[in-house]
Design a protein around this ligand. Structure first.
Ligand SMILES: CC(C)(COP(=O)(O)OP(=O)(O)OC[C@H]1O[C@@H](n2cnc3c(N)ncnc32)[C@H](O)[C@@H]1OP(=O)(O)O)[C@@H](O)C(=O)NCCC(=O)NCCS
Length: 232
């Protein structure tokens, strides 16, 4: 399928490399919100314009697919909505060296980078990045527009709610839940649940910031629904 990559920064280059390695989609160009990038070539691929060019690119180049290669979780989710409203299909970039269990459920606009492992019965939501060498162990649920950074390791039955960020090299022990928009610092070891909108660092992880009051600090997924990964 003819596809475009939205975002031509560092993550965009990674996604281009994955799509070229996977040889599933024909990548025809980048779009980028920075209009100054228009006309430049990144790793041999032209930046065709900013997001206002979506309709033209879709029509003139017969593009059918798009993937959003933006590191910011909220912006990635927002641009995915825009692309879908334009009629584009959101495609995934899964590196051939990634190992994804046959019974894992994978959403749309998902990036699974080189060497990443997704084990049995995991559920991976839309617009998720499982970055280079990350490990997502059995029955773990990863919510919409989250980012699991390079080398991060999530044990079995972890829940990561939407918008959360798990920093490079972080470790999360089994059955822990990480609330929406929480931030886990690089190298942290998370041993207990993390409230939404909270930043945790260190070993064992301790809270350094909480940007919500009680009204916002609710779990998105009720406890009763949390461990419903399909079983065979
Ligand atoms: C957790 C993080 C987001 C905090 O950033 P921040 O909110 O700007 O926090 P600050 O830099 O002001 O640090 C606040 C305190 O936490 C400590 N701290 C920050 N990050 C830490 C980490 N990863 N591990 C241990 N301590 C950390 C700081 O030393 C500081 O301690 P102090 O108050 O005793 O001086 C950031 O440091 C981090 O780890 N980001 C992840 C980066 C990453 O994974 N990148 C990969 C991208 S693919």
């Amino acid at each position: 399928m003819k596809s475009i990559i939205v975002g031509c920064g560092g993550h965009g280059r990674v996604v281009l490399d994955i799509l070229r390695a996977a040889e599933i989609h024909e990548v025809v160009g980048f779009l980028d919100s920075n209009a100054d990038m228009s006309g430049r070539r990144i790793d041999g691929l032209e930046v065709l314009g900013d997001l206002s060019a979506l309709g033209r690119v879709r029509h003139d180049l017969e593009v059918e697919g798009a993937i959003i290669a933006i590191g910011d979780n909220g912006v990635r989710r927002h641009y995915a909505d825009i692309c879908e409203r334009t009629g584009l299909k959101l495609v995934n970039a899964i590196h051939p060296s990634a190992n994804v269990a046959a019974n894992a459920i994978i959403g749309r606009n998902v990036v699974i980078a080189a060497g990443a492992l997704v084990c049995a019965h995991c559920q991976i939501g839309d617009s998720v990045i499982l970055n280079t060498g990350s490990i997502v162990d059995h029955e773990t649920m990863i919510g919409t527009a989250t980012h699991v950074c390079p080398g991060a390791r999530l044990a079995g039955r972890v829940s990561v709610e939407s918008g959360a960020f798990v920093g490079i090299g972080a470790t999360v022990i089994q059955s822990v839940r990480i609330g929406c928009d929480a931030i886990i610092g690089a190298g942290a070891v998370v041993t207990d649940n993390v409230a939404p909108l909270t930043t945790m660092v260190g070993v064992p992880a301790r809270e350094i910031k909480r940007t919500c009051d009680d009204e916002w600090s609710t779990w998105l997924v009720p406890e009763s629904l949390r461990r419903t990964a399909p079983v065979s």
